[in-house]
Write a protein that binds this ligand. Sequence first.
Ligand SMILES: Nc1ncnc2c1ncn2[C@@H]1O[C@H](COP(=O)(O)OP(=O)(O)OP(=O)(O)O)[C@@H](O)[C@H]1O
Length: 732
Amino acid sequence: MEGQLHANLEISVEKPPGASPPSFIALLKVYRELLVSRIRNTRCLIDNLIKNDYFSTEDAEIVVQFPTQADKVRKILDLVQSKGEEVSEYFIRVLQKVTDAYYELQPWLDEIGYEPSENICSKLVVNTDPVSRYCQKLRYELGRDSKFVMSYAQREEMLLEEIYSNSVMELVGFTNESLGEVCQLEALFDDAVGLINEDGETIYVFGDAGIGKSILLQKIQSLWARKELDIGAKFFFRFRCRMFSCFKEDEAICLKDLLFKYNCYPDQDPTEVFHHIVQFPHTVVFTFDGFDEIYSNFDLSSVPEMCSPNEPIHPLVLLVSLLKGKLLKGSKKILTARTGTEIQRNIIRKKVLLRGFSSNNLKEYTAMFFKDEGQRTLVLNQLEANPNLCSLCSVPLFCWIIFKCYEHFHSMFDSHELPDCSVTLTDVFLLMIEVHLNRSLKTNLLKNNTRSQAEMFKSRKETLLALGKMAYKGMENSFFIFEQEEVSSVNISEGDLQLGFLRTVKGYSGCDNQSTYEFLHVTLQSFFTALFLVIEEKVSAKELLQFFNECSSTETAQPTCLCIPWLKKQLAGEDPFRNNEHFHFTNLFLCGLLSRSKQKLFRHLVLPAVIKRKRKTLITYLGESMKSHLKGVTRSTLPNYNQIQVQPNFVWMLRCLYETQSEKVGKLAAKRMHANYIKLTYCNAYSADCSALSFVVHHFQKRLALDLDNNNINDYGVKQLLPCFSKLAVIR
Ligand SMILES: Nc1ncnc2c1ncn2[C@@H]1O[C@H](COP(=O)(O)OP(=O)(O)OP(=O)(O)O)[C@@H](O)[C@H]1O
């Protein structure tokens, strides 16, 4: 109908050369139905017509009496036309100037080639449309909030622009088979690439801890705010999933409050803005960061699957309904989670795997990070010489920590070598702690920069213990957010807070007046937990190993997120949002901190006999656990080969073994495998894991076949395997 109208009209409004200007009254008549269907906001038109004395208050009252938007537009058109050419032109001028509110009419304005006359140009047009005012506010606030990346608490913020580097993003299928790389962020939303389920509504982005999921969302947010992300979205709402754990079980809110209170509140007419959102969901983008971080006892089975946009209900129900497209169907949604978090297939539209920095990305990032050319070359050379360090750097978080430490030592001592050849994650985190403690000295008048790492740790033992205690208490209950009370109860002082291991979190319910804190990164909380287990003398053998037990239980039951009871059977008492990576990291750091090479460091913090006891407990446990783990693997006998097919948990075991840096442990692992063909396919191993592999392979007596297909191993990984190539008969 509209198309037909168009065709007829183009003839009547076209202006022959030299003819008198077109009649605006005629134009409005001809395009009447198009205008009626596309004008969604009458208020802004009425306000402007009144402001210029084209409309009286009575005119306005007549218009608002009509119940539907379409009838209101019809009445305005009638009135405007009856008032003559000038008013009719002014009407079109308002549509042209308030682009946000009348964006759907912009192509039409181009089509009719409207150019305002001088007289109309001099008339004032103001944007009073609450929806477009809200869009502007949202853009402004999201732009402001995404400008900086928080680090080192509030003391140092980096401009996103100055640190964001591209990383490898891969579109994958349901079983993680590659469907090609994402080159431009717009492609994430483009159905032409990587679509695996057209009924699904959610773009699922996953990757390891610190791989850059949050920063990717921040980048998308920043581009959207600057109108540099062309995906047709007027609204952008971002959530950290962690927030949903803060609500009590009996709390209920409606969708409107969830959107506005936790993002940005409309200055005018929230009801109309919300109504617009409900009517046009395809103009909305949501980002939900860290699905694995939801910990809640809320029983989703106690609520109906359907929910209305107006009814107050538990926020988790709103979240699930949004993700499934039961609410605001058609809105764009990106959900991030750590690798291994299971998400129901039917909600997934596309799957995107983040793989961290490629070697080129790392070079770009290095160039961005080190502005000084001399320093940059030095770092690039050192990276080149140390593939182990390079592969740690393929995880952007670790790269940032390493570079930050390097920068700091460089500024303090004028030159500092990057850590030596064999670098473990524990080394990196110890270095990070040292740098933070050192920084506090910088602001101290008592400047003594020549302290060793051991002295530094000794002088701040109480601080480390206090932070460790809080981290540990949180870890036991899977809490990542701490209220002021908890901070004070473990004696963390104001000065300790200043060190920057913790940062404040904004906008959590129930904690309005007081500050709420979280560790800079979950891996840091894991590190402090392990540190506490090592330096607190009273920790028993059972307590020392408690997080290993947490992890081993998942070998039988895989962690499952969004395990909604009415769709999937849930084990009694099982937390549906359980994810164990923070425990894995705690165990890994425990192995690293109790390694022999760290004895010197801890000598001053805890009695050597205590360390010895803990170390023995750990090594015995590792031996036992290796035995039982290897009993459970799938074994097959091939001609000339005894093959074992291992699971992703095996990679965590390897990582732990490597952190111990113990030859004895490495030898034992090689012996216990009783195999000469190790199949490590689909184990989510990344390049740094090749150091761990190399560490164990090195101890094999006979030559070995190694299948590493479908993992995340790049050039760096291969370089790390080079030293053990002589032990390998076949490598895939
Ligand atoms: N593309 C990138 N460019 C530059 N720096 C990055 C990039 N990605 C990550 N980083 C660095 O790594 C840090 C951690 O990244 P981010 O918080 O996004 O990881 P994550 O994948 O969300 O981790 P987690 O699963 O633990 O929440 C950032 O603060 C930043 O310093």
